[in-house]
Design a protein around this ligand. Structure first.
Ligand SMILES: *[C@@H]1O[C@H](CO)[C@@H](O)[C@H](O)[C@H]1NC(C)=O
Ligand SMILES: *[C@@H]1O[C@H](CO)[C@@H](O)[C@H](O)[C@H]1NC(C)=O
Ligand SMILES: *[C@@H]1O[C@H](CO)[C@@H](O)[C@H](O)[C@H]1NC(C)=O
Ligand SMILES: *[C@@H]1O[C@H](CO)[C@@H](O)[C@H](O)[C@H]1NC(C)=O
Length: 436
């Protein structure tokens, strides 16, 4: 029972973290070409590359005698079914895993690990893929299959929260990508769940230019865990418990959202701040800058004005009414008032910006009545308590501060790119840097 619970958590985590572009399309059959990011429609072009080349580079800091493996998982853009990559002939193919045995998670037995034997390992994708992850691990990960209530095969990904999952004791991480014909490649470094393996990446466009998100600095896990410990000493909150040690070394720092899937002591963390925000915006309007001009992302777009009435945040421009969130709703940005349901663009835009503003604690700062605001950029984030100190520390340890530390980190004023998202309408290759 326990392991099933964890697996369900893993499925949820997977849906949560991969969902912002494609999940609604996958799960509800909405038109597939309506991509959004940070609550924005995404522009498209028409020169995708189905056979994207992914090179994984083990940097010099990696001890050659340690064994690392890669795995690729995601959804087929046509059938919306879950696929995994496996070696076939000289290359690789996608397959839909079978072998599920009732509700008990059963490990997938096909050989899906791609051993990173050399300094460089090249993988050419056999076709387009959406909501995909390239997993990297020091050791071997396990993916499981089970049948859900409708007898449908469900794949559960490695779950670092589950003490019976091999991933629990391993250093691992992933990058996320969607690569489709119309929109090309969208990829990011995700630390929404945890920080473990040190990863960086770069994308080369077909015209030969390269864009870089260099990723975590050396010793990031140690630095983040030591700083979380210092934060706990300061505010007496369990930040230190979000780090796990194995053999006397910091293995991983979990996000408050992952931590709160198993622990209750961070579920009241934002409560007084939420009340203060609700009180404040019952007498003052909160303006959400949609950054949207008829479906085009702009620096300053159509404003949506909201105000708390009868306990709920009521917004104009058809964005609707938002109930007061709980702390748990804020950690995941996808439950309660932030639940991902079929809804209009303006509502998505308010939801993303409101949840981001809670993580960054910018709602009660001077100028905070506009979100996001060119007057409140990265240096203003995480400056008052309560705030997401995990996210603060992850950004401090990212070169250039870029990478996702919570689900709507791609809400950014102006040209800021806190999330470290790379887009290429015409991608040639993706390089992943593995460091220690
Ligand atoms: C993780 O490591 C601990 C301590 O060495 C061990 O007891 C446990 O069985 C390991 N768990 C898994 C899933 O490998
Ligand atoms: C990262 O990008 C993928 C692919 O575009 C997207 O599905 C996902 O939502 C993004 N990750 C996060 C944490 O937002
Ligand atoms: C190459 O392509 C990328 C992505 O389409 C674009 O951003 C960049 O400006 C182009 N560079 C040159 C030199 O054409
Ligand atoms: C930003 O600050 C300037 C200067 O104080 C002010 O004029 C402007 O209205 C502010 N913008 C927003 C969106 O708050």
């Amino acid at each position: 029972m326990r392991s099933l619970l964890y697996s369900v958590a893993a499925v949820l985590a997977l849906v949560l973290n991969q969902s912002f572009v494609w999940s609604r399309a996958i799960h509800t059959g909405a038109p597939r070409d309506r991509l959004t990011q940070g609550g924005h429609p995404v522009l498209r072009s028409r020169d995708g590359n189905a056979n994207l080349e992914i090179t994984i580079h083990k940097e010099d800091s990696i001890n050659p005698s340690d064994s690392y493996n890669a795995y690729v998982s995601g959804y087929d853009p046509e059938s919306h079914q879950y696929v995994l990559l496996r070696p076939a002939g000289d290359g690789y193919e996608y397959f839909k895993p079978g072998g599920a045995n009732g509700i008990t998670p059963t490990p997938i037995t096909e050989s899906i690990s791609i051993p990173l034997k050399d300094r460089m390992t090249k993988i050419t994708l056999p076709g387009y893929i959406v909501s995909a992850r390239v997993w990297l691990a020091k050791g071997e990960l396990t993916f499981n299959v089970l049948l859900d209530g409708d007898n449908k095969v469900v794949v559960t990904e490695p779950d670092t929260n589950n003490p019976t999952d091999p991933a629990y004791n391993l250093s691992c991480g992933f990058i996320e990508l969607t690569n489709v014909d119309k929109d090309g490649l969208t990829t990011n470094l995700s630390f929404v769940d945890w920080v473990g393996l040190l990863l960086g990446m770069s994308v080369t466009h077909q015209n030969g230019t390269t864009e870089d998100v260099p990723g975590l600095k050396p010793d990031s896990v140690d630095n983040i865990c030591n700083s979380l410990k210092a934060q706990s000493e300061k505010d007496k909150r369990p930040w230190d418990k979000m780090c796990r040690q194995v053999d006397g070394k910091w293995l991983r720092a979990y996000s408050p959202n992952m931590y709160s899937q198993l622990n209750k002591d961070m579920l009241d963390y934002y409560d007084s701040y939420i009340n203060d925000v609700w009180d404040h915006y019952s007498t003052t309007p909160l303006v959400i800058d949609s950054q949207d001009n008829n479906g085009v992302k702009v620096v300053s777009g159509q404003p949506i004005t909201c105000q708390v009435k009868d306990g709920q945040l009521a917004c104009d421009q058809d964005a609707g009414v938002f109930a007061k969130p709980t702390t748990a709703d804020i950690w995941g940005c996808n439950s309660g008032t932030f639940e991902n349901i079929e809804e209009g663009d303006h509502r998505k835009e308010v939801k993303a910006r409101l949840c981001a503003a809670f993580h960054r604690s910018t709602l009660l700062l001077e100028g905070g009545s506009t979100q996001p605001s060119p007057n409140l950029t990265a240096p203003s984030y995480y400056t008052v308590d309560p705030t997401n100190h995990y996210s603060r520390l992850v950004h401090e340890n990212l070169q250039g501060g870029r990478g996702y530390a919570f689900p709507y980190d791609d809400v950014n004023p102006g040209m800021e790119n806190a999330a470290g998202l790379i887009r290429s309408a015409n991608p040639q290759s993706l390089k992943i840097h593995l460091m220690q």
